[in-house]
Design a protein around this ligand. Structure first.
Ligand SMILES: [Zn+2]
Length: 254
C-alpha cells in the first residue's frame, strides 16, 4: 500500500498525510535495523524515494516522519556539532522542510519566521531575490533546496547575506553533482524535459558543481562543507541511512 501511495501522490500532499504514516509505520515497518535520528523511530526498512526521472533510491525515506538522507545529516550536524537546540536565536526558515517545521515551532528558544514564495502556510510570502527584511535581522537562516530553483542565485545569496546578522550562520543545502567542477547553467535549457535531463528536476534552473562554496564566498560568506555521513562511521551511516552525496553546507557571516 505504501509503495503505491508514494508513487501516485505528490510529495506535498503525502507530507500532509504523514500522520497516517506515523500511525501505520510501526505495523508495517517496525524493526531495529535502521533508525531515524529525527523522529527516533526504529525500522526494519525505510521507504523508497525518487521521481522526475531521477534514479529511485531504495530504503531512504523515514516511514514515520518522511525525512530523507539530507534531512537526517542536517539534524545530526545540528545536534552533535552546534548549539542550535539550546541557544536563543532569531531564525528565518525559507521554504521550510515539513519534517522540521513542527519541531522547530515547538522550540521555545527559537524566534522563528518562515518565508516562501508560494506556500500560504508561510509567515511571509516573498521572493528570496528581494526580501522584505531589514539588514542584519536574523541569527540563523535555513534555505535548503531553494537556490537551484531561483533565477538569479547570486542576487538571492546576496540577500541572504544582507539579512543575516554578523556572527550569524546559515544552512544552505543544494543538490550537487560532485563530478562537475563548475555549475551547469544554460538559459537555453527551458523545457521540463531538458531540465530533468540537465539539472535532475523539472523545476531546477541549474545544477551546482564543486564551485558551490566559492559562489557563497563571492557574496561575503565563509562557507563550509560538512560530510556528516562519513564522519559518523560506516555503521551509523548505514543505520541512519545517510548518503554520500548529502552533505551539510554551512555559511557564516563573520
Ligand atoms: Zn523519522
Amino acid at each position: 500500500m505504501f509503495h503505491f501511495l508514494l508513487r501516485t501522490i505528490p510529495r506535498p500532499i503525502l507530507i500532509r498525510l504523514s500522520y497516517i504514516f506515523s500511525f501505520f509505520s510501526p505495523v508495517f515497518y517496525g524493526g531495529n535495523k535502521y533508525e531515524c535520528p529525527v523522529c527516533e523511530g526504529k525500522f526494519r526498512k525505510m521507504l523508497p524515494y525518487g521521481y522526475d526521472g531521477s534514479a529511485k533510491r531504495e530504503n531512504v525515506l523515514c516511514p514515520k516522519c518522511l525525512t530523507l538522507e539530507r534531512h537526517r545529516v542536517l539534524w545530526l550536524y545540528l545536534k552533535e556539532q552546534t548549539d542550535f537546540f539550546s541557544k536563543p536565536r532569531k531564525m528565518l526558515h525559507i521554504a521550510p522542510e515539513q519534517p522540521f517545521l513542527g519541531r522547530f515551532r515547538k522550540m521555545k528558544h527559537l524566534d522563528l519566521t518562515t518565508a516562501d514564495l508560494f506556500s500560504p502556510l508561510a509567515d511571509v510570502k516573498c521572493d528570496i531575490q528581494e526580501m522584505p527584511f531589514e539588514d542584519n535581522t536574523f541569527d540563523v537562516i535555513f534555505c535548503n533546496h531553494v537556490l537551484e530553483h531561483v533565477d538569479d542565485d547570486k542576487k538571492a545569496m546576496g540577500e541572504l547575506y544582507r539579512v543575516m546578522k554578523p556572527g550569524g550562520f546559515g544552512i544552505f543545502q543544494v543538490p550537487i553533482d560532485y563530478k562537475r567542477e563548475t555549475t551547469h547553467e544554460d538559459p537555453s535549457i527551458t523545457s521540463e524535459e531538458d531540465r530533468v535531463k540537465h539539472y535532475w528536476q523539472k523545476d531546477h534552473v541549474r545544477l551546482y558543481g564543486l564551485d558551490y562554496l566559492s559562489k557563497l564566498e563571492a557574496v561575503g560568506f565563509k562557507a563550509t562543507r560538512i560530510d556528516v555521513a562519513n564522519e559518523v562511521g560506516s555503521e551509523l551511516k548505514d543505520r541512519y541511512r545517510l548518503g554520500d552525496s548529502d552533505k551539510v553546507y554551512r555559511v557564516d557571516k563573520l
